[in-house]
Ligand binder design. Structure first.
Ligand code: ATP
Ligand code: MG
Length: 470
């Protein structure tokens, strides 16, 4: 299906595995060693492709002796070559003669009817052979006869029948080891594959998520573009409507009666309202696409607060809400776009008045403070042991209907209004706070909502006081 997913027969090693893949080498060596201690016969195990997997530790003394001179070494080599090439048939051990007069037994290791390796036992000497045979004496010529006799005597004495019993025993032991080894190997393999499979699934999900995310981002960009174009195109005819209604009101096209004047005034006012909305949408799309440019200069937040109070006092009075500003002494000037910050404060204060019943109060506070800890102003600051960054804090506190904890994030979403029922008294479109938040963030500031005591809402804007670029 695909190459990361192994077939079942791959997973279970159904028809191709080698002994060294499934057997634990340490355990095999241990087994061979104790097997030799028990039978005194040297044992070697080879994998299916001929690699040596386990060996007894000692060379038989006779071979060590023969190895000391050339004819002996050649004779031993010949025996070893022959033993190595042995290809015993499954079920019948092959007997191979040894220069000592003894024999080797080669047997196939079977698993599930397939040869997975070979075992070699030997050399062993039939108890009936009492003295070194003539071939041995021939290749041992020149070596000490007493030493030769001693080494010969140390060859293990095993009858043909006993040898076959030992071979059968070894075969059974090995096949048990293969079974358990295969089982362990399968378990780890399956585990590994399932881990790989989950990883593959995860990466697939991840890719899908990324694609979805990219698509959403693209849609978002298209939406901002659309918003920008549409509001821009709407503005031109609307400006004409407002302009012509103003001319009608001024009597440029002749006198109009009282009814006509009222109608044209309504057209003018609604046109202005629509223009305000379109400007807001334009601002939002500029803020979203990051194309809003800020005109920064040194400015005073105290003066800004007083200006906002002056602007909104008539609205507050009409509603029976007390509006005031408290400006702490010694608040530093900010390097910021004062028109945009005015928009921020105006929006927050308008909301405060709008959502506070008659008899309540809206208070704007301006004071010096610090950016919250954790806001480091760049990764470097963490390493430098961030000094607290000075800031100006603007708060707008009202005694109105309040904002529940669950809504404190969502009110910053565009068009989100807590009570969107048709019986809702307060007007508006739900764009104010989304613009406020983006404008604050464009100034590297933070905005948060906390509850006011005993009731109402506090919007807290913290703006870092930065020096203008030199
Ligand atoms: N001071 C406040 N007290 C209680 N609720 C508030 C306050 N300010 C905002 N809200 C809630 O958050 C919503 C979103 O405010 P936002 O300023 O974004 O929109 P709006 O005031 O309804 O409309 P717009 O500002 O576009 O004229 C409001 O509709 C209101 O439900
Ligand atoms: Mg608002």
């Amino acid at each position: 299906v695909n190459d990361t997913f192994k077939s079942l027969s791959d997973l279970t090693l159904a028809d191709r595995y080698d002994l060294d893949e499934v057997l634990d080498k340490g355990a095999l060596a241990e087994m061979v060693q104790s097997f030799e201690e028990l039978t005194r016969v040297s044992t070697r195990i080879y994998g299916a492709s001929g690699q040596l997997l386990a060996d007894t530790r000692l060379t038989p003394p006779l071979y060590a002796l023969l190895d000391r001179h050339l004819p002996g070494r050649l004779a031993v080599q010949k025996v070893i070559d022959r033993v190595r090439r042995a290809a015993p048939k499954p079920g019948t051990p092959e007997r191979l003669p040894c220069i000592s007069g003894g024999t080797f037994l080669a047997l196939a290791i079977l698993h599930d009817g397939r040869v997975v390796g070979r075992a070699i036992l030997g050399p062993m000497l039939d108890p009936e052979v009492g003295a070194p045979p003539p071939e041995l004496l021939e290749v041992a010529g020149g070596l000490s006869p007493t030493e030769l006799d001693a080494c010969f005597a140390r060859l293990p004495k095993v009858s043909a029948l006993e040898g076959e019993r030992i071979a059968a025993h070894l075969e059974r032991t090995l096949s048990l080891l293969v079974w358990s080894g295969l089982k362990a190997h399968l378990a780890t393999n399956l585990h590994l594959e399932s881990v790989k499979e989950s990883f593959r699934e995860l990466s697939e999900q991840n890719d899908k998520l990324k694609a979805a995310h990219d698509r959403l981002k693209e849609l978002d960009r298209l939406k901002s573009n659309f918003l920008a174009t549409v509001s821009h195109e709407l503005r031109t005819p609307l400006t004409s409507i407002i302009g012509y209604s103003e001319m009608l009101l001024e009597g440029i096209a002749g006198d109009i009666n009282q009814d006509q004047r009222e109608f044209v005034e309504t057209i003018h006012n609604k046109g202005e309202q629509l223009l305000g909305l379109i400007k807001t949408l334009l601002d939002l799309s500029k803020l979203e696409s990051g194309t809003m440019s800020l005109r920064k200069d040194m400015m005073s937040c105290g003066a800004l607060a007083q200006d906002v109070v002056a602007t909104l006092t008539p609205t507050a009075k009409k509603k029976g809400v007390q509006l005031l500003a408290r400006i702490a002494p010694g608040v530093p000037e900010l390097y910021a776009d004062s028109a945009r910050l005015r928009q921020v404060l105006l929006n927050l204060t308008e909301n405060g008045i709008k959502f506070t019943p008659s008899g309540g109060q809206v208070a704007i506070t301006v004071e010096a403070g610090f950016m919250p800890q954790g806001d480091t102003g760049g990764a470097g600051a963490v390493l430098m042991g961030a000094a607290k960054r000075p800031a100006v804090v603007l708060s707008v506190a009202d005694t109105g209907i309040g904002i529940g904890v669950e809504d404190r994030d969502r009110v910053f979403d565009a068009f989100y209004q807590i009570d969107s029922s048709s019986t809702r008294e307060a007007g508006g479109t739900g764009l104010g706070l989304s613009i406020v938040k983006r404008l604050v963030e464009a100034h590297d500031g933070l905005i948060e909502i906390v509850g006011n005591e005993p009731q109402g809402t506090v919007f807290k804007v913290t703006l870092p006081s930065k020096r203008p670029p030199q």
